[in-house]
Design a binder for this molecule. Structure first.
Ligand code: DX5
Ligand code: ZN
Length: 216
């Protein structure tokens, strides 16, 4: 199976966002990954709805929205209004995760749960059948271009086993530190989708990097 590739616009040139989104439209990218940060759950702030409504207008790719914010359930309607397909919320920000997952589905989006590097896969046992995707962080969230945490490969293997054992249909996505080398190992370990920021946007020809990642 070819990986689903979800380029992260966090690494795009914000001074030329329309140009970069146009490049992604012409590329083999499957989804567009959008990182929303609040400066509370993570030590950085990215962009908010006034910017994202233009991103949503310009892209032709389904939106894979990753909320690195506390109380993400407050923004379900706004995320839906962007035309979002997949809404990712962090396990660590949702004490009532089951309810949030239901609310996302009721709003007409696919719910996904994201886990930080220190959050074990085993904690997902009772929610993994309710979500369409699990996003495994390969770095501590907050910044693009960080070094990949090696333990992520083992987590993907464990998660694949949990998904098989429970009969879940969830896809496995990995976000942070993904490049051709780590991407190949993650696919072998059982990943379905790869978020790629820095490796795409720092490539001399980003479309060719996306093509190479599609053909890992
Ligand atoms: C990190 C973000 C990632 C980030 C990935 O907080 O969630 O989506 O953009 O960037 P790279 O691929 O550069 O590690
Ligand atoms: Zn992300």
């Amino acid at each position: 199976m070819k990986p689903i590739i979800s380029p992260s616009i966090l690494s795009a040139d914000f001074g030329n966002l329309a140009r970069d989104i146009d490049m992604l439209n012409r590329s083999e990218a499957d989804w567009l990954h959008i990182d929303i940060m609040d400066g509370v759950f993570v030590p950085n702030i990215s962009f908010g709805f006034p910017v994202l409504k233009h991103v949503a207008r310009l892209t032709r790719k389904p939106l894979d929205v990753h909320l690195m914010i506390v109380q993400p359930e407050k923004f379900i309607a706004e995320i839906k209004a962007l035309g979002t397909e997949i809404m990712n919320v962090h396990y660590e920000t949702c004490p009532h995760l089951h309810r949030v997952v239901e609310q996302i589905r009721e709003a007409g989006m696919k719910p996904a749960v994201t886990i930080n590097p220190a959050t074990p896969v085993t904690l997902l046992k009772d929610i993994v059948r309710e979500v369409d995707m699990v996003l495994v962080m390969g770095v501590n969230p907050g910044f693009g271009g960080q070094k990949f945490i090696e333990n992520t490969v083992e987590k993907v293997r464990d998660l694949r086993e949990l998904i098989t054992r429970t009969g879940s249909k969830a896809l496995i996505e990995v976000d942070g530190g993904v490049n051709l080398e780590t991407g190949a190992r993650l696919m072998k370990a059982g990943a379905d989708a790869l978020v790629v920021g820095n490796a795409v946007f720092s490539a001399s020809i980003p479309e060719e990097m996306i093509h190479a990642l599609k053909n890992l």
